[in-house]
Design a protein around this ligand. Structure first.
Ligand SMILES: *Cc1c(COP(=O)(O)O)cnc(C)c1O
Length: 225
């Protein structure tokens, strides 16, 4: 068995175990494979093992891989920081954009989403750890931003995303993820079905707190190049 096959089996095992502990149906948590720094050939290998959702952080790198893998039925997630002059390519080339934290970005994505494509799936990034220099909208401003974004015609607001400050304390991980879940529940908007939270080191805590998509790189592909 090669390394990715082995790693992926472990990640799937961890997910199943966490789903069981959480009393959630097996397979209810989606797995986004984060392929930043890995070449298209490595992503194709993961695809062959059944993965369909792939996350990328860097636009130019992602576009090159999309071109190489265009025969594959991949669902592309953009999970990196968003510059407003790059929104057109995000709107044209991705199925999901996870890191939206300003209305202006969302408006541009909505205006630039091609009419022959379904509305763009968007998650609002929340600065749950309240780190001053971090991306993400603060909890105080979230409600207003979510309402505005939910009203945009070419966007489908799916839910919330967070990249908490790393912690090796399980209870602390859960506290942070619970904050995001409660923020989603508190919005009271219809049709929000997504909590994009949990990575290689904290996916169990995320699943226990209701993650519907975990974004996993290192645990699948190994330490980044
Ligand atoms: C890199 C990255 C991940 C994956 O992190 P790992 O620790 O390698 O699993 C998930 N989400 C975002 C936003 C990332 O930038």
């Amino acid at each position: 068995m090669n390394v990715i096959t082995q790693n992926l089996a472990q990640v799937r095992q961890r997910l199943r175990e966490a789903e069981r502990l959480a009393g959630r149906p097996e397979g209810s948590v989606g797995l986004v494979a984060v392929g930043k720094t890995w070449p298209a050939t490595v992503l194709a290998e993961a695809y062959r093992l059944g993965l369909r959702d792939f996350g990328e952080n860097y636009l130019q790198e992602a576009l090159a891989k999309q071109d190489e893998l265009k025969e594959l039925a991949i669902v592309w997630h953009f999970i990196g920081p968003i510059q407003s002059n790059k929104t057109r390519l995000l709107a044209e080339r991705f199925h999901w954009v996870h890191g939206v934290d300003r209305l202006k970005i969302a408006q541009r994505l909505s205006e630039q989403r091609p009419v022959d494509l379904p509305p763009l799936n968007v998650c609002i990034q929340v600065n749950v750890s309240n780190e001053p220099s971090k991306a993400g909208v603060g909890l105080v401003s979230l409600g207003e931003l979510a309402e505005s974004i939910a009203g945009l015609p070419r966007i489908k607001l799916r839910g919330l995303m967070a990249i908490p400050a790393p912690s090796d304390n399980y209870d602390q991980q859960r506290d942070t993820f619970r904050t995001l879940r409660e923020a989603l529940e508190g919005l009271g908007l219809a049709g929000l079905d997504t909590l994009s939270m949990g990575m290689s080191d904290d996916l169990e805590a995320a699943v226990l707190e209701g993650a519907t998509l975990v974004r996993v790189g290192t645990a699948i592909f190994g330490e980044r190049l």
